[in-house]
Design a protein around this ligand. Structure first.
Ligand code: ZN
Length: 252
């Protein structure tokens, strides 16, 4: 088993209050954050990492109007950003996917999970415990109780070259993925261990469920980088990094 290609798939964007990206800034200004899904083409079939935002966000920037998140979270999603349509462009249907890795169950990562009923969905038990049944956690589409979840606790090798790393702190059961591809060697998808590079490099505090744990997870990722020397370290929502990112049909 080997990973032949890692595709970066844009799945829309989400405007978030700047104080969520940098806790030292006052609230009141929105920052656009790219939203991602990743597809691995392996010798055992395709593996998907994250499913973007829910279909209910399509052309619906007012989704959070009248809630406590009004003016702080504004989705920017078109029909083409639905995970089904994103996958279609790559040439796959949901039933083709051999495994789905859900980094965590937030609105911009697990929105399309409900389209996947066949493949195991790898998610941390701690994340399921925090999210399922908790309607304050995420929209219903992200926390569906009856999907084929494969609850894991800690690090887990999904396939050779596809290593899940338990990196809690942004959310209780957040996980990152270290991928080894034929073309690029090690690629570290930190996901939301850091929204942007300054969270990671300079310790700028951002939205976390447990700041201490989040700092520990960043520290762990930094040690891992020393050990594995990945050719790319990718952050969850870094606009600057996104500009130079080789998205589908390019691959790593
Ligand atoms: Zn996120």
């Amino acid at each position: 088993m080997s990973v032949k290609k890692l595709f970066f798939l844009p799945t829309g964007s989400c405007f978030l209050d700047q104080s969520a990206v940098n806790r030292t800034l006052p609230p009141g200004k929105l920052i656009e954050m790219p939203v991602w899904s990743f597809l691995l083409e392996t010798s055992d079939g395709p593996i998907l990492i994250d499913t973007g935002m829910p279909d209910s966000f399509v052309n619906n920037p007012d989704y959070y109007k009248g809630t406590k998140r009004e003016g702080r979270v504004v989705p920017n999603m078109s029909d083409g950003d639905r995970i089904i349509n994103v996958l279609k462009r790559v040439g796959y249907r949901p039933e083709d996917i051999q495994a789905l890795i859900s980094s965590h169950l937030h609105l911009d990562h697990a929105g399309g999970n409900g389209h996947f009923h066949q493949a195991p969905i790898f998610v941390q038990k701690a994340e399921l415990d925090a999210a399922i049944g908790n309607h304050d956690y995420a929209p219903q589409e992200c926390i569906l109780p009856d999907l084929p979840y494969q609850a894991i606790e800690g690090d887990y090798e999904v396939r050779p070259g596809v290593q899940i790393l338990f990196t809690p702190g942004h959310s209780p059961g957040h996980q990152s993925v270290l991928v080894k591809t034929e073309k690029s060697g090690y690629v570290l998808l930190t996901v939301d261990v850091a929204y942007v590079r300054s969270n990671f490099d300079n310790g700028v505090p951002f939205l976390t469920s447990d700041p201490e744990m989040a700092a520990k997870s960043i520290q762990r990722m930094q040690e891992l980088i020393q050990e594995y020397r990945p050719t790319t370290v990718f952050f969850g929502h870094d606009q600057e990094q996104a500009k130079s990112c080789h998205t589908f049909p390019d691959y790593l």
